[in-house]
Design a protein around this ligand. Structure first.
Ligand code: COA
Ligand code: MG
Length: 311
């Protein structure tokens, strides 16, 4: 410690913290089957941060086209804000992929979720179809990582196009592809989950954890949320509205943490005003990285308060 301080004191002018980023809350992101009219209507009333209107796994092959029409109609009618509105299209290589993309290129949605992404070409081709069918640039692309190849290529696919806006862990497919077992601590998936968070953070993007399949298992669900949060995920994808409040609780910073961040920021700003680049606050050494993290937490807490006030 004593060897460290003189070096810090000789530091040049410490950089200023950039203004808070868009910390849009993504604690709870619910899949809504495009083939379920009742669920599409209910989605507009739910306290989740985001929705993924789904044309893929939750829609049977014979229902793909009616589901696409229903989701186009729902997105056109609107009424989903302040929830972030994403549409999950069918994967590249299926008969519906290109028409799904073209159908949403000019609708008021916040982004498109691509399933089973494995190669940079999967991403570039989808971006190309969207652009060719008149999408405003950039229409956000969220990539689902749910195959061994997807996990191994997570960095490359995330960096494949500037429209990539975030990653989604597809834990059901991944478990099947790995021939792993669904176990409560998700140990078989930990490598893949961390690879997804790493790739997202390497590109400064958000990451959403996979779904919890056991609908009645409240305790297991809460534990999986805590684990996802501790691994670094921003929120969890969900399959049932009943699970939204627990996900919202788990992925929100707790009030004590936010108070702590506010005090730390005040101490840091006071130190900066005196030209210092390091401060001891409540017996802890505080550097710019801690101040940045505190600023992110405070911005996230403010965004959550605004979301929760919005119904
Ligand atoms: N989105 C929006 N609303 C939903 C919903 C969802 N994912 N899941 C259920 N609801 C609604 C129901 O329509 C019902 O509405 P109502 O109160 O107006 O009647 C209410 O919530 C209660 O639903 P419940 O009866 O408990 O469930 P269900 O039997 O209707 O549906 C599932 C259970 C699992 C079939 C359904 O939750 C579902 O399809 N989830 C999504 C699955 C999915 O998307 N999988 C792919 C991604 S992994
Ligand atoms: Mg899947």
């Amino acid at each position: 410690m004593s060897g460290l301080l003189p070096r810090i004191e000789r530091m040049p002018e410490p950089p200023v913290i950039p203004s808070p980023r868009d910390e849009r809350p993504r604690r709870s992101v619910l899949y809504v089957p495009g083939s379920n009219a009742k669920a599409l209507a209910k989605a507009r009333t739910l306290p989740c941060d985001g929705l993924i209107l789904d044309l893929e796994d939750s829609v049977a092959p014979e229902a793909k086209e009616p589901a696409r029409r229903a989701v186009v109609e729902a997105a056109t009618a609107g009424g989903f804000a302040p929830r972030e509105l994403l549409v999950r299209v069918n994967a590249r290589g299926t008969p519906w992929h290109r028409d799904d993309l073209a159908s949403f290129s000019r609708l008021p949605v916040d982004g498109i979720v691509l399933p089973k992404v494995e190669t940079p070409e999967d991403v570039r081709e989808a971006a190309g179809v969207l652009a060719a069918s008149g999408a405003p640039s950039p229409l956000a692309l969220w990539l689902t990582i749910e195959t061994p190849r997807g996990v191994l290529a997570a960095d490359q696919v995330t960096g494949a196009h500037p429209s990539v806006a975030g990653l989604v862990a597809g834990t059901s497919d991944l478990t099947k592809e790995l021939r792993a077992r669904h176990v409560s601590g998700r140990e078989p998936l930990l490598h893949a989950l961390s690879a997804i968070v790493l790739a997202a953070r390497a590109h400064s993007l958000p990451a959403l954890d996979g779904v919890h399949l056991a609908l009645e298992d409240e305790e297991g669900f809460a534990a999986a949320c805590r684990q996802g949060r501790d691994l670094g995920f921003d929120g969890k994808t969900l399959i049932h509205p009943r699970t939204i409040p627990a996900a919202n609780r788990a992925f929100a910073p707790d009030p004590a943490e936010v108070d702590d961040a506010r005090r730390l920021l005040a101490a840091w700003r006071a130190a900066r005003a005196e030209g210092r680049g390091v401060v001891v606050h409540e017996r802890r050494l505080v550097e710019e990285l801690h101040a940045k993290e505190a600023e992110r937490l405070v911005a996230l807490a403010q965004a959550i308060a605004a979301r929760d006030a919005g119904g």
